[in-house]
Design a protein around this ligand. Structure first.
Ligand code: ATP
Length: 306
């Protein structure tokens, strides 16, 4: 990515230039905006990845000093395990994923991967080991094959096809008149949120990173799409250290640990079953979401019968 210490009119120029070639430019701009917050330490080393254990220790963070967002967060994602973070909107869930990807540095406390403080390693080596499936995926105005291969530019055609299958988007692609050569993005075929997310998953399958961050889209998906995405995510997260920022509770049921975040603090933690037993915040979120899903399904049935 671009290092940012350039004058604003230059950014305007770059913006106009690259918006021709990129969709979701706002997302890239978001990245640009946060870029100057973090620089490599002069003596930064390459991250040496072992099994990919993640640890947050007493992490405090604020975007704006007057308003603390994370207030002493500690948890671990043991190597190969999955931890899901849930909680009300604005609790700070996505902020955790941004800190792990090091878009920002913590104010105090530490985040480590395999015992190496993120602030002591190069950003490049950090991002090489992390696969990020974001809320909104950037698609290039190019073919589907290009967009998937972006995860590992040297990948063969067979590997791209296999990744699409794993990501549960192979069937969709094969039904397109031009298949993998179909142009997507702003000037091509517009993909739905669920389809874009599966392209991102296929990319991640090719990248095969030891550490995975899944930041689920907030937007509602229909049950079939949700199940397809869930199947894809189960495959990619297998044996990978995975942090899931979850908006849909279907993703969290199988997590090794669920962290319930509320106003920047951990309110509850445990497995799905243990948290339901506690009958607290998680249990009430779960019941509410289940009722909403049932109501939605009911509405759909009524419409279909009309
Ligand atoms: P949601 O479920 O709605 O996605 P979340 O729990 O993921 O919410 P975050 O995105 O982590 O919440 O945001 C936590 C708080 O930090 C919010 O109140 C948000 O307004 C604030 N915030 C997020 N990004 C920024 C930013 N770049 N600058 C200032 N404040 C921010």
């Amino acid at each position: 990515l671009l290092q940012l210490s350039v004058p604003l009119n230059f950014i305007g120029f770059v913006y106009r230039e690259i918006r021709q070639g990129l969709t979701d430019i706002e997302e890239m701009f978001d990245l640009l905006e946060v870029k100057p917050e973090v620089t490599d330490a002069p003596d930064a080393k390459e991250l040496v990845i072992g099994h990919g254990a993640i640890s947050f220790k007493d992490v405090h963070f604020a975007y704006d000093a007057a308003r603390p967002i994370l207030k002493g967060i500690s948890f671990e994602v043991p190597a190969g395990k999955t931890v899901a973070v849930v909680g009300p909107s604005g609790a700070g869930k996505s902020t955790l994923s941004r800190l792990l990807y090091r878009f920002y540095d913590v104010q105090s406390g530490t985040i480590t991967i395999d015992d190496q403080d993120l602030r002591t390693v190069t950003q490049k080596s950090l991002r090489k080991v992390i696969g990020m499936v974001p809320q909104d995926t950037v698609l290039f105005n190019d073919t589907i094959a290009y967009n998937i291969r972006y995860g590992r530019p040297g990948a063969s055609e067979a590997e791209v096809t296999a990744a699409a299958e794993i990501a549960q988007i192979g069937n969709f692609i094969s039904q397109l008149p031009e298949g993998f050569e179909t142009k997507v993005g702003e000037r091509g075929l517009k993909l739905s949120g669920g389809e874009k997310q599966r392209v991102a998953i296929a990319r991640t399958v090719l990248k095969a990173p030891p550490v995975l961050i899944l930041d689920e889209a907030t937007s509602a998906l229909d049950t079939t799409t949700e199940q397809e995405i869930q199947t894809a995510l189960d495959v990619v997260s297998q044996n990978r250290t995975t942090l899931v920022i979850a908006h849909r509770l279907s993703t969290v049921i199988g997590a090794d640990e669920i962290i319930v975040l509320k106003s920047g603090e951990i309110a509850e933690r445990g497995t799905h079953a243990a948290l339901l037993d506690q009958n607290g915040l998680y249990a009430s979120m779960w019941n509410r979401q289940r009722e909403a899903t049932q109501a939605e399904e009911h509405l759909k049935q009524v419409r279909e019968n009309d």
